[in-house]
Design a protein around this ligand. Structure first.
Ligand code: GLP
Length: 276
């Protein structure tokens, strides 16, 4: 299957754009090409990145494009979606460390081109407000990558987060702490209880939202987010409010979608669909 990324056409504002790909590598490649395409048009684009295991194929594919000189990412700017509160500075699983390791360094960028919320701040509320201001002063996020939690969260906006929320401190649900324990030697006690996350209102200000979900464990959350009612119970359903939101799913993560056939026909095979 061939995808192109010179986006011109989308049924903007009508549906979330859902692209079903064979596997996570294809999803990574498609999204990396969308990011490369953006960087060719806007070399200093502000790219919002997500953590977790799902987006890693995107970062690998983008780094490969940079290494192959298919795109120059030297002026790209990177910003974080969320951060744990209370991990010691430099902890390998702080999202700052993860983004430096998985994105900033492989792209050959330096730390000056990277910003995130300060999870070690004494005054967390002030740090959250400062981060929202910094994003706005940087001109806003051009493309925000998102994953999705099994409970439908985006960033760390857990169920019942306000759809208008700004960057703020949140308490993780037990389910998210269990899900994320694999990054902490499988020990849930090591997973922080608190986090700073861009709010849903903050996320919705990005010019393009791109959510990648892979694997069967995400199928229910994806179906509720895309086809269910707009609801604070499923924070990812807020994508339905955005004029340009793209959800890229592999076959397993697409398995709960009632409209899978429609999405296949509309966003992949149809010749007038020109990509994300
Ligand atoms: C964390 C992150 C989210 C991410 C989610 C899913 O909770 N804060 O941004 O989407 O994990 O992670 P994974 O992709 O590893 O399933």
């Amino acid at each position: 299957m061939v995808y192109t990324t010179d986006r011109v056409f989308t049924e903007t504002g009508i549906f979330v754009e859902v692209v079903i790909v064979p596997d996570s590598a294809a999803g990574g490649e498609l999204i990396a090409e969308a990011m490369a395409d953006l960087l060719r048009r806007k070399p200093d684009a502000l790219l919002g990145v997500a953590t977790g295991s799902t987006p890693l194929p995107i970062y690998e594919a983008l780094a490969a494009k940079v290494a192959a000189k298919e795109v120059d990412a030297s002026r790209a700017r990177i910003c974080q979606l969320d951060e744990y509160v209370g991990l010691p500075a430099g902890h390998p699983e702080s999202y700052r460390s993860v983004v430096l390791r998985e994105v900033v360094e492989p792209l050959g960028l330096n730390q000056d081109s990277f910003m995130g919320p300060d999870g070690a701040a004494e005054d967390v509320a002030a740090a959250c407000a400062a981060y929202d201001r910094a994003l706005a002063e940087a001109g806003g996020v051009d493309l925000q990558l998102l994953g999705i939690g099994t409970d439908g969260h985006i960033g760390f906006n857990e169920p019942c987060s306000s759809l208008a929320s700004r960057t703020r401190i949140k308490t993780l649900t037990q389910q998210t702490r269990v899900d994320n324990a694999r990054f902490f030697d499988g020990d849930i006690e090591q997973v922080p209880h608190h986090v700073i996350t861009q709010g849903i209102g903050t996320i919705l200000e990005a010019r393009h939202l791109v959510l990648l979900a892979t694997g069967e464990a995400k199928a229910d959350a994806v179906a509720l987010a895309v086809e269910g009612p707009l609801s604070a119970l499923v924070p990812a359903s807020a994508l339905q409010l955005h004029p340009h939101a793209t959800v890229v799913v592999d076959e397993s993560a697409a398995s709960g979608l009632k409209l899978a056939g429609y999405f296949r026909a509309t966003y992949a095979a149809k010749p007038d669909w020109q990509g994300i």
